[in-house]
Design a protein around this ligand. Structure first.
Ligand code: NI
Length: 431
């Protein structure tokens, strides 16, 4: 299929370039031209009038647990340990494949309606999650979250590890490459060192990336110092985790030395401002990490600790909270925050043809209706995107050259079926 976005404002994210009125040609899964197009290029294309609208790369959610939409507003105003161990884990024990499938589709609907085109996720019942990704047309890096059950040292019979391997073999590169796999030791407080080492060896065998929670709370940080005599980051470094391409979610309590390790090892820090604020985990030292060369991406975390999957809200918060807590209005400007949600997310995935509008890049793009009272006048588009845009201003979402959402309509997901499915799951799990 061939599309032309005609007369769009384009924020390319390529050297901060902003094009005032421009045509963008999409052929198959790629952007094939940016600029004025001739008749031959436009021939046989669907022309989308994008005047008054802004085209930009789709947002990349670097840390999520998408099926947790089912637990949205279920357990709030609690600290992380109580929330997770007393409320979330017991319900998750009861979840079945169907719950994961519908919970994922619900989350994906929310994501594509708010401009997210790709997400990095760890959860359980991954075949059902991957099926939702495959059918919906969104892009995702997926991994089965692993926690220790056996004591080791031999984990060859470990069910979660074996599921992870089977999942990776089955789904990595599936759906025209939209789905990629990873290995996910959940966190240092749920995985023993021997278990993490085994997971690393497995990831090495498949040359696969790693997704892990890291240094999320002060409790995690202090317990690690007591138990292992080092910080959580140093602990994962010594276990060899960072030899694989790694996305580490949170990193709230990292030290300056830790940030140096993350920069040296090219580990992506997935910053989750809403989740960290809601669980009162703290505020990650993002300005410091960025200044030391750490790749910082943005994520929502699951919908039960956020309680939505709205990346524009994360962009907004990321651009505000570091200013406020450091009493420095120059920290994390609008463009830096947008980069975290686009380019840096692509870097986290090792995809230099994503998170940017340029010839040859993946056609993962969104269109934003700028013709709204809360966006006028448009003095500065970058500021408008970070500080004024609402997720509901997204009017079109395209992934891999396929339109998934346009003017309030889901093109690949049957909304009524998902709502019906969610109601059934909700009744079975909670009533
Ligand atoms: Ni998480």
């Amino acid at each position: 299929m061939k599309y032309v976005f005609k007369n769009a404002m384009v924020l390319t994210m390529n050297n901060d370039e902003l094009l005032e009125s421009c045509d963008v040609l999409v052929e198959n899964d790629q952007i094939s031209a940016v600029g004025s197009l001739n008749n031959e290029q436009i021939n046989n294309a669907r022309v989308i009038d994008a005047s008054g609208k802004l085209l930009m790369p789709g947002l990349i959610n670097a840390h999520c647990h998408v099926p947790m939409t089912l637990l949205r507003n279920y357990a709030d105003d609690l600290n992380l340990q109580t929330w997770l161990f007393d409320h979330i884990f017991p319900v998750e024990e009861r979840l079945q494949g169907e719950d994961i499938y519908y919970g994922s589709l619900l989350g994906i609907m929310e994501m594509i309606a708010s401009g997210t085109t790709c997400f990095i996720d760890m959860y359980d019942h991954m075949d059902d999650l991957a099926r939702a990704v495959e059918e919906s047309g969104i892009r995702a890096q997926l991994s089965r979250g692993m926690m220790n059950t056996g004591s080791g040292p031999d984990f060859s019979e470990d069910a979660r590890l074996n599921e992870s391997i089977d999942f990776y073999k089955k789904w990595n590169g599936a759906a025209n490459g939209r789905i990629t796999g990873a290995f996910a030791p959940h966190a240092i407080y749920t995985c023993s060192p021997a278990y993490i080492r085994t997971i690393v060896e497995t990831a090495q065998k498949y040359d696969a990336p790693i997704h892990v929670h890291l240094d999320e709370t002060l409790t995690e940080h202090e317990d690690c110092l007591k138990k292992y005599g080092k910080t959580p980051t140093k602990h994962l470094l010594d276990l060899g985790v960072f030899e694989q391409k790694t996305v580490a979610a949170h990193c709230v309590w990292i030290t300056e030395d830790d940030a140096r390790i993350l920069a040296d090892k090219k580990v992506t820090m997935a910053h989750n401002p809403s989740s960290n604020l809601k669980l009162a985990s703290g505020i990650a030292p993002v300005p410091k990490a960025l200044s030391m060369g750490v790749n910082v991406a943005l994520g929502t975390d699951g919908a039960s600790s956020n309680n939505n999957l709205n990346m524009f809200e994360e962009i907004h918060l990321a651009a505000l909270i570091h200013k406020g807590t450091n009493r420095d209005p120059l920290l994390i400007n609008a463009m830096e925050s947008l980069k975290m949600a686009t380019l840096n997310g692509a870097t986290a995935l090792g995809m230099d043809n994503m998170g940017v509008i340029k010839e040859g890049a993946k056609a993962d793009v969104i269109l934003i209706d700028m013709d709204k009272p809360h966006l006028m006048p448009i003095h500065n588009i970058v500021s408008a995107l970070a500080y004024s845009v609402q997720a509901s201003d997204v009017c079109l979402t395209m992934v891999d050259g396929v339109i998934l959402y346009e003017n309030g309509e889901f093109k690949t997901i049957d909304k009524e079926k998902v709502i019906h499915g969610i109601k059934k799951c909700y009744e079975r799990i909670f009533q």
